[in-house]
Design a protein. Structure first.
Length: 197
């Protein structure tokens, strides 16, 4: 069963302690939340903007609120969650500083996962074909992508250093396994665990 679960979900589950309070920002159809409830007995909540995705979450028995994460988390007290998750949603956010600061305020730790736009496949397509990249982790053409931001492993590390954010863990993912060598070049996706210094 676990092997059929996508790699980023398995890695996120390995980070989260059992019985933790978890808030997933941009939770989509609730697959990750549902997995964390089953595997880690997480007390899980989600925030999602897409109404169809919310219906799918409710069908799974999940607690999900209809909201735009760019508007913040003012309804949640400081450190009310053990983990706040932004998995595959950071690149779609308009107010990056605001949302990350709100996540760090509401959660003791924040888990951020995003596609690495500096992956060798993306570089190859841009350099040799002269076209906006399409890879397994970036499956959209430029005209129909939900992505507003295009960042790499190094971009996020630089951001954290400039904002006084501490990186507690880094996980670099390929199509099926973790990547250990030159992650900015070979990782399709990356997962960081961060906290405020």
């Amino acid at each position: 069963m676990k092997e059929s679960v996508q790699l980023d979900y398995r890695v996120i589950a390995s980070i989260i302690e059992p019985d933790s309070r978890v808030l997933d920002l941009g939770c989509g159809n609730g697959e990750l939340l549902s997995y964390l409830v089953k595997e880690k007995n997480a007390d899980a909540q989600g925030i999602e903007l897409d109404e169809n995705a919310i219906y799918q979450c409710v069908e799974k028995g999940l607690s999900v609120f209809h909201s735009d994460i760019d508007s913040g988390l003012s309804g949640y007290p400081d450190k009310s969650f053990d983990y706040v998750i932004l998995n595959q949603s950071l690149q779609e956010i308009k107010k990056i500083d605001y949302v990350i600061n709100e996540a760090l305020r509401a959660g003791k730790k924040v888990i951020i996962g995003f596609p690495n736009f500096a992956h060798i496949g993306a570089r190859f397509m841009l350099f040799f074909r002269g076209m906006a990249p399409i890879t397994n982790s970036l499956p959209y053409r430029w005209n129909d992508t939900p992505n507003l931001r295009f960042l790499s492993v190094k971009d996020f590390e630089w951001y954290c250093s400039k904002k006084g954010i501490k990186i507690l863990e880094s996980h670099y993912l390929g199509a099926r396994n973790k990547i250990n060598l030159l992650p900015n070049l070979f990782a399709l996706n990356v997962i960081f665990v961060i906290t405020k210094n």
